[in-house]
Design a protein around this ligand. Structure first.
Ligand SMILES: [Zn+2]
Length: 471
């Protein structure tokens, strides 16, 4: 077998020669554009402190739930991969053996976006020219480790080399944003901005909800046990986030349920939520009300709202008990938007000052619900193919199902939504290539002129994200 690692320059392009040539021309226009990353989960401390990343496994394997969900499905335990247990119990500590274990199972990722992203990271970021195998694992580990110790691989240098114009992180309203404050004071010109994600204080079923709401009160000086003080506290933190550069909020609710309840019902639900006496149905009502409240606040402070519903979180209770949240056992579930969003849209859907960006883990809703909604309501836009569908097939399917009803301009460009910092250029590159491939087909079929396609390619790769997220 060929042991050379190479990236084909026409990867993800159509194999049809006419389309391929068009895709090549379009891609040449967008490949070097700066990266706008308006939603993601990198750690702002990396950029605030600018300390070297410690080792290849801690950077590339241990934090990546795409990686260990696949390995787990094939019998590799999370302990063997060094994923920390919530009880502090024993797990593998040696990064080199974690890396070698990963390399031994690398074939499992064939045909997945993880393989495509990883190849890009190895080849482009670390200059590796050899495929990852059991035999090459040690050598590649050494090469990456040597790179990481050099200043040009420190977080800020990589940020600059990746040509990132702006990078958004994601934080709870209780977060003091110390790393962002430090970053802004440091004089470094890289732009890293927080995103306001209030799930811990607006979801009665979030672990520690009542304590979180009390903490919100302490931070803001409001009586958050009362409905009006609670809302003022949330608005106060939104203003603080905006003062640190935030332009968006994010909401990871299980469903897209929104509500528009009477004030007395809201007061009653908050009291029940804080006393822990709320039923699951009422908790859903409360979350739904909070989406509508957040939309109302967005009209006041201009923050763009993102709704990321449809994940059945922690589907595997055994893994959740031992390892906690975000360990690769969240599973997509069916999601309704048409009925569930109606209360929020009845209030605010026609207001052009508001931008609500919708995401889905239910691909069946693209052409049936999401594109018709976003193709009508001025306040709605569609986020890109997300999470399990952040993949060549997922993106292609998204464009195919959405474009004819919502057009390109009710979509918002690409989000990498990642914790895996070195993979950010890889992810944006895949999105740019797949969009160019889609556009190339429209041009080849004489449904779009090539000069129009070129403009759309630039918009999808760069301008729409900046515009939609007000960055
Ligand atoms: Zn996210």
């Amino acid at each position: 077998m060929d042991k050379t690692l190479s990236l084909h320059e026409d990867r993800f392009f159509p194999s049809d020669p006419t389309q391929r040539a068009i895709a090549q021309r379009l891609y040449a226009e967008v490949r070097a554009l700066p990266i706008v990353s308006p939603h993601g989960h990198t750690d702002p401390q990396w950029f605030a402190d600018n300390k070297p990343f410690t080792d290849p496994a801690t950077l590339l394997v241990i934090p990546d739930h795409y990686v260990y969900r696949m390995l787990y499905s094939q019998g590799v335990t999370l302990e063997m991969l060094g994923v920390p247990r919530t009880d502090g119990g024993p797990v593998e500590k040696d990064p080199r053996s974690i890396w070698k274990l990963f390399a031994r199972h690398w074939h499992l990722f064939r045909g997945t976006p993880t393989q495509m992203w990883f190849h890009h990271v190895l080849h482009e970021v670390f200059g590796v020219r050899e495929k990852l195998t059991q035999e090459s694992a040690d050598g590649i580990y050494d090469r990456i480790a040597e790179c990481l110790a050099r200043p040009e691989f420190f977080p800020r240098a990589l940020f600059e080399r990746f040509n990132i114009e702006v990078l958004s992180t994601t934080e709870s309203p209780l977060d003091p944003l110390l790393h962002h404050v430090k970053l802004h004071a440091s004089g470094w010109k890289g732009r890293v901005v927080p995103t306001y994600r209030p799930d811990p204080v607006v979801d009665p079923e979030f672990a520690g909800f009542a304590g979180n709401v009390l903490r919100l009160g302490e931070i803001t000086g409001e009586d958050t046990t009362m409905w009006s003080g609670y809302l003022r506290g949330l608005a106060d933190r939104r203003r603080f986030f905006a003062s640190q550069g935030a332009t968006a909020t994010d909401h990871g609710h299980a469903s897209a349920v929104t509500c528009d309840l009477s004030r007395s019902r809201c007061e009653d639900l908050l009291t029940r939520a804080l006393s822990g006496k709320i039923t699951p149905v009422e908790a859903q009502e409360f979350r739904g009300q909070m989406l509508t409240e957040m939309a109302r606040m967005s009209l006041e402070d201009g923050l763009v709202m993102q709704i990321h519903p449809g994940a059945f979180r922690n589907h595997n209770p055994a893994v959740f008990r031992t390892f906690g949240l975000d360990k690769g056992c969240d599973i997509p579930t069916r999601t309704d938007y048409v009925h569930n969003l109606k209360p929020l849209l009845d209030r605010f859907g026609n207001d052009r000052r508001l931008t609500v960006i919708l995401f889905t883990l239910d691909e069946s809703t693209y052409s049936r619900e999401l594109a018709p909604l976003a193709g009508h309501y001025p306040a709605l836009k569609l986020g890109p193919a997300w999470w399990f569908y952040d993949s060549p097939e997922g993106m292609r399917f998204y464009r195919e199902r959405v474009t004819e009803t919502a057009g390109f301009y009710n979509t918002v460009g690409f989000n990498d939504d990642t914790r895996a910092f070195p993979s950010i250029p890889a992810r944006h590159d895949v999105a740019r290539r797949v969009d160019c491939a889609f556009l190339a087909r429209l041009v080849a079929e004489h449904r779009l002129d090539e000069d129009e396609a070129r403009e759309v390619a630039l918009d999808l790769a760069y301008r729409l994200a900046k515009q939609a997220y007000r960055l």
